[in-house]
Design a protein around this ligand. Structure first.
Ligand code: NI
Length: 247
């Protein structure tokens, strides 16, 4: 009786249809997922590794930029090279700080009678400028030499001395007061030693190459231990990451 009833019910209700069994694909670990060939998997792994690598490079770049910005701000707080100067170049033309605004400047203080250090540093500075000139997309860089010995280094003495260095190296001289003032701005120490029988003397002085940005503010400095390649690399880095600070 019961069986007959069940059978009767079954007859009056449609038998539910089961969904078709999932098709299994060869190579797929789970049913219903498309297969990945070995080369596709390798490509996926490579793409993931590439993304991770790019992400790491990006993070490193951001960190380096932050580090550079911090260093720039610290150096600017030293307020080196602020203020103007009134000097004349080795052709006799008056030059002020404003003449160099908008240009990158590598600046060195020294004196033309210096037996070895100043010529060495100016050769290094010249080679650094040449390295940077090989990259035409970088902005132009003005090499500058300011004498700390205005008594002997007039325009003619500068002209003779500068012949051995970069053709665009500009020499600046001026009155003793004007030179003392610009040296103070950059905290450059200079002290003339005792004169020998010929009246010759050595000027003891700070040996640093300064980098000034297009706004005329001091950005970095390079001591004697820095090579021309290191200087060029640092200058390039400053050029590529340069952001004028709000005044
Ligand atoms: Ni010197």
């Amino acid at each position: 009786m019961l069986r007959a009833l069940l059978a009767a019910r079954c007859l009056c209700r449609p038998v539910p249809r089961l969904p078709p069994p999932p098709r299994r694909c060869r190579g797929s670990s789970r049913p219903g997922e498309p297969a990945l060939s070995l080369s596709q998997r390798l490509a996926a792994v490579a793409a993931a590794a590439g993304l991770a690598g790019a992400g790491w490079l990006w993070l490193r770049e951001q960190k380096e930029r932050r580090r550079q910005r911090r260093r720039r701000e610290e150096l600017r707080e030293l307020a080196l090279g602020r203020g103007d100067f009134q000097l004349q170049d080795h052709t006799g033309r008056p030059r002020s700080k404003a003449d160099f605004l908008g240009r990158w400047v590598l600046l060195y203080f020294g004196f033309t009678h210096c037996p070895d250090v100043c010529p060495e540093e100016l050769e290094k500075l010249s080679r650094a400028v040449e390295l940077l000139e090989r990259q035409p997309r970088l902005p132009a860089l003005q090499p500058l030499f300011i004498t700390l010995d205005p008594e002997r280094d007039d325009a003619a003495a500068l002209r003779r001395f500068l012949r051995g260095f970069h053709p665009r190296l500009l020499g600046l001289t001026g009155t003793a007061d004007a030179i003392a003032s610009v040296a103070r701005q950059f905290r450059v120490y200079a002290s003339a030693g005792p004169r020998d029988a010929d009246g010759d003397y050595i000027v003891d002085h700070t040996v640093l190459i300064y980098l000034l940005g297009p706004d005329g503010l001091f950005l970095d400095y390079y001591g004697r231990s820095k090579s021309e390649a290191q200087i060029a690399q640092s200058v390039q880095r400053h050029m590529e990451t340069y952001e004028p600070l709000p005044q």
